[in-house]
Design a binder for this molecule. Structure first.
Ligand code: ATP
Length: 277
């Protein structure tokens, strides 16, 4: 089922000489994970603001869950989108993790009992129920972002947008967030859009769109993008270490045959082929 359609979308900031989003077309299926990549100024944030109704398009349409986004229905459509931002510390209002997640529902005419019940459910979904009584400020970066995701989930969005949500995290924090996303998709069919510069994150997603100058210059699988040296270069994108290593080995014809799932297995393959020489 199509959950999001972007049709011929255009947006031009009045003080700019050219459009920041130009003739954009794409659609997204329910449960899909899309990564949007692009160098600084390519239009990623502008697109997020358009999807969230913070900006209104000059022309074109955004259709979310069957409804065309317009001035009149911004508030109801906005509820279908939840955004987690880059800096986890800017997102907390509650004194405890549980309060914080529950506060997200304050304006939703939900009883206090139901608010805390739903907050607990959301914390379970991101594996943070054991931290319900902790102070958000004292959590690790990955834990903070998982709480921020729970704060969005309580509102039952159809689409979760991660706006560079892993860029300030250490490798462990990133892994925690990616695991959480994997679980949410498997168990709850959540649709995810992540804005990211991280090609490892992109490789985990189903599909990638590269924006350049407000236009789509690539729309396809991560594997296909990894083969496009010029496109990667032009967009300032760097392959993950392991992918770059395999590519270099293949180019120098020293890539041993055999399958591997991670760096350790690749190292074992290389070792085996050298020791049999
Ligand atoms: N509020 C604004 N007023 C005027 N121009 C803007 C505004 N916000 C963004 N722009 C311009 O629109 C274009 C797209 O910017 P945008 O912030 O959407 O890109 P981005 O891909 O999100 O960049 P970054 O990775 O740096 O966040 C850029 O040329 C930028 O200068």
């Amino acid at each position: 089922m199509t959950i999001l359609q972007v049709k011929n979308l255009n947006y031009h900031y009045s003080q700019m000489t050219k459009a920041s989003i130009s003739k954009l077309n794409f659609s997204l299926n329910s449960g899909e994970w899309l990564t949007i990549l692009g160098k600084n100024g390519s239009g990623k944030s502008t697109l997020v603001h358009l999807l969230d109704g913070l900006l209104l398009a000059d022309s074109g349409q955004i259709i979310i869950d069957g409804q065309i986004l317009s001035k009149e229905n911004i508030w109801s459509i906005r509820k279908k989108i939840g955004i987690v931002f880059q800096n986890p510390d800017n997102q907390f209002v509650g004194e405890t993790v549980l309060d914080d997640v529950a506060f997200g529902m304050e304006n939703n005419a939900v009883t206090r009992k139901l608010m805390f019940q739903r907050a607990n459910d959301a914390l379970q979904k991101v594996n943070m129920a054991a931290f319900a009584d902790r102070q958000p400020a004292r959590l690790s970066g990955g834990q903070k972002q998982r709480v921020a995701i729970a704060g969005v989930l309580v509102l039952n969005p159809k689409i979760l947008i991660l706006d560079e949500a892993t860029s300030m995290l250490d490798p462990i924090g990133r892994q925690e967030v990616w695991q959480t996303i994997k679980k949410l998709r498997e168990n709850h069919q959540l649709t995810v859009i992540s804005i990211s510069h991280d090609l490892t994150e992109m490789a985990l997603s189903d599909r990638v769109i590269v924006l350049n100058d407000g236009k789509i210059t690539f729309d396809g699988k991560a594997k296909a993008l990894f083969l496009k040296d010029k496109l990667l270069n032009d967009n300032g994108l760097k392959l993950p270490f392991l992918s770059q290593l395999v590519k270099d080995l293949r180019q120098n014809k020293i890539m041993p045959s055999g399958n591997f799932k991670n760096g350790k297995e690749l190292a074992a393959l290389i070792w085996k082929s050298f020791s049999s020489m």
